[in-house]
Design a protein around this ligand. Structure first.
Ligand code: SAM
Length: 182
């Protein structure tokens, strides 16, 4: 019975998520209109970013509350050079242990998250070691960090990752994981 409930919940949760996200559409449009941000209004990808950032500013902290039991202890184990994929507005950055982590690259293509992310980095006292990488992980190349240089990969709520993105991660950490993912 509990297994059946589990399945039903996994089917319903994405629908609730979509309905919730759609309630942020009118507010996003309104704020872009009053700020006369026609560039974002006329670009589907910029509009999606603005919409998601607005939604995640509220949903991110709630999601963190639910995911903290599992994700929190793992993030606290991160050490050395860390690649954080899709940090959003930085809900998890306060968990990095500064005595273990020497550098964090936060790969976040949505620029609408950057202000919030920068704020959380500062609050966590990580400004000197946390660098925002403003592209998708699949576009990183080796401009910021080279293959094999990454000790840990951190990513939470990353269902967005394209399969080639998951493949890339194995390469960054210098392991064979990515090969299996493909
Ligand atoms: C569901 S949010 C999760 C944010 C954050 N990890 C959290 O738990 O609060 C997914 C994040 O991944 C980012 N993202 C989407 N595509 C990406 C890509 N190709 N590479 C890196 N990040 C990406 C989004 O912009 C968004 O901030």
């Amino acid at each position: 019975m509990s297994q059946l409930w589990d399945i039903v919940q996994h089917l319903i949760d994405p629908l609730i998520f979509l309905v919730l996200a759609s309630t942020y559409l009118p507010g996003t449009i309104y704020s872009l209109v009053v700020t006369a941000n026609s560039q974002t209004l006329l670009s589907l990808s910029l509009f999606k970013d603005a919409w998601f950032a607005r939604f995640w500013a509220v949903q991110g902290p709630l999601t963190r509350q639910n995911a903290s039991v599992n994700a929190g202890p793992l993030i606290q184990l991160a050490y050395g050079t860390v690649l954080e994929i899709g940090p959003g507005s930085g809900e998890w950055v306060h968990l990095y242990d500064k005595s273990q982590v020497s550098k964090v690259y936060g790969v976040e293509p949505n620029k609408d998250h950057h202000e919030g992310l920068r704020r959380k980095i500062k609050e966590a006292g990580l400004s000197d070691i946390y660098e925002i990488v403003p592209v998708g992980v699949e576009e990183m190349g080796e401009k910021w960090v080279t293959r094999g240089e990454v000790d840990c990969v951190v990513t939470v709520s990353a269902s967005f990752l394209p399969s080639e993105g998951a493949f890339l991660l194995g390469g960054w950490a210098g392991g064979e994981y990515g090969t299996d993912m493909k």
